[in-house]
Ligand binder design. Structure first.
Ligand SMILES: NC(=O)c1ccc[n+]([C@@H]2O[C@H](COP(=O)([O-])OP(=O)(O)OC[C@H]3O[C@@H](n4cnc5c(N)ncnc54)[C@H](OP(=O)(O)O)[C@@H]3O)[C@@H](O)[C@H]2O)c1
Length: 281
């Protein structure tokens, strides 16, 4: 199997291009999934305060023999803590049993609250205090990013957005790239691949390359320059999703993948998503 790829972020820190997502997994499932993932070779884990499984992530990392500095841990600030990021991060660190996280993200802009710039200023301070290595955002549209940058002069290292073959976000990805923001794809498999894994194109490419539909889709993310964090709690799938460093998609196949884009969201629209209580996303 080829070597996994590592991305250099705007702040000069390095992040694995493929990680394990753990949304909708219980603490117990997460412990097992992370042990499998680390054995297979994953070195990046994506959790969030609202997933209520940071304890499981912490437990798995504590039990692992792999040195802390070799594992990239991401967690996120939930919408109800935009004015309280320092305490929220400390709660996450306690659950994770860590002194720092590698990446701390504002989970949603929640524009109705209009506190995301305040939250961003606090993340800048947390980075300066050494409690987080890199800072970034999720679900930010261009106008939200423009505001952050113009009001604070600090570029987010990452914009983690819904991105999969049915929703390719080419304009936002390209804007991110122009501004040195790395795009990270959430729901990279469009949450189990419905409408993607069974599309004639992906089925055809799976046969052509001798790979599974999930591997074709993950490889597509990597070759388009995104970071991808497919979620699985199934050992065979965790392994399958990592076996993507031994082939490349030809240019014509990447071009063909663009035709799958129908702008179909699975998750909510960040413009209107302001939820503070429910853990639906
Ligand atoms: N920032 C945000 O707002 C945000 C929002 C959503 C998600 N995320 C992050 O992104 C991660 C990934 O997104 P996601 O969990 O929504 O969706 P996803 O990774 O696109 O899909 C996960 C689903 O696909 C299944 N699956 C995984 N590998 C498979 C394979 N090889 N073949 C067939 N099915 C497979 C999983 O099932 P099993 O687990 O049963 O194997 C699970 O049901 C999340 O876990 C979370 O870390 C962030």
């Amino acid at each position: 199997m080829g070597q996994q790829t590592i991305i250099k972020l705007v702040d000069e820190n390095h992040m694995p291009q493929l990680g394990l997502g753990v949304w909708q997994a219980s603490n117990e499932q997460v412990v097992k999934a992370i042990h499998t993932a680390l054995e297979v070779g994953y070195r990046s884990i994506d959790t969030a305060a609202i997933y209520h499984n940071e304890e499981g992530v912490g437990k798995a990392l504590k039990e692992s023999d792999i040195p802390r500095e070799e594992i990239f841990v991401t967690t996120k600030l939930w919408n109800d803590r935009h004015l309280d990021a320092s305490a929220a991060l400390q709660e996450s660190l306690d659950k994770l049993q860590l002194d720092y996280v590698d990446l701390y993200l504002i989970h949603w802009p929640a524009p109705e609250q209009d506190h995301y710039v305040d939250a961003w200023r606090q993340l800048i301070d947390l980075k300066e205090a050494g409690l987080v290595r890199s800072i970034g955002v999720c679900n930010f549209h261009i106008e939200h990013l423009q505001r952050l940058i113009s009001e604070t002069n600090e570029i987010p290292a990452i914009n983690q957005i819904e991105l999969h073959p049915l929703m390719q976000q080419r304009q936002l990805h390209s804007w991110n790239a122009t501004h040195h923001i790395t795009t990270e794809s959430w729901s990279p498999l469009s949450r189990g691949g419905k409408g993607v894994f069974d599309s004639p194109l992906v089925e055809k490419l799976a046969i052509k390359y001798g790979k599974t539909p999930a591997q074709i889709v993950i490889r597509w993310h990597l070759e388009c320059g995104m970071i991808a964090i497919p979620k699985s709690v199934t050992p065979s799938r965790i392994k399958e999703n990592f076996e993507v460093f031994d082939f490349r998609l030809e240019k014509e196949d990447l071009t063909a993948m663009a035709t799958l884009d129908i702008g179909k969201r699975i998750g909510p629209n960040p413009e209107t998503y302001n939820l503070v209580e429910l853990a639906t996303f």
